[in-house]
Design a protein. Structure first.
Length: 124
C-alpha cells in the first residue's frame, strides 16, 4: 500500500485508481460507523480520497498508507459531524459537487463507484 501512495505522489492516476478501489469500502464503512448516515458517509468518503490525491506528494514515504488514509477519514467524518451539528459554518451545498468533480478528475475521468452508487459525471 505504501508503494501505491508513493506512486500517487508522483501523480500516477492508475495507482490512485488502485488505491481507491482497495480502500474505498474500508473508508466508507469507517466513516459510516462514525457519521451514522450513508449519505453523509458517501460525501465524506469522496472528500477523503480527494484529500489523499492532493496531499500524497507531501506525505508519501513518511506515513503508513492505510493508517494515513484512515486518519484522514476520521478527521473528515468528525469535521462533517461538527458541521451538521452547527458547531462550524457549513461548506455549502456546492462543496460536495466540487469534491465529486475533483475525485473524477483524480481518477482520470472515471466516475468512482462506491458501494453501488457512483458520482455522476458533471458537465462544465
Amino acid at each position: 500500500m505504501n508503494d501505491l501512495v508513493k506512486r500517487v505522489a508522483d501523480r500516477d492516476r492508475a495507482a490512485f485508481g488502485r488505491l481507491y478501489r482497495r480502500l474505498v469500502r474500508v473508508v466508507f464503512i469507517q466513516v459510516c460507523a462514525t457519521a451514522g448516515r450513508p449519505s453523509v458517509a458517501v460525501a465524506v468518503t469522496r472528500a477523503v480520497f480527494v484529500e489523499v490525491w492532493q496531499l500524497a506528494p507531501r506525505y508519501a514515504g513518511q506515513v503508513d498508507g492505510v493508517a494515513w488514509v484512515t486518519a484522514i477519514a476520521v478527521r473528515r467524518a468528525a469535521e462533517r459531524l461538527r458541521e451538521i451539528d452547527g458547531r462550524t459554518s457549513p461548506l455549502g451545498a456546492g462543496y460536495d459537487e466540487f469534491v465529486g468533480r475533483e475525485l473524477i478528475a483524480a481518477l482520470d475521468g472515471e466516475p468512482p463507484v462506491l458501494l453501488g452508487t457512483s458520482v455522476p459525471p458533471t458537465t462544465g
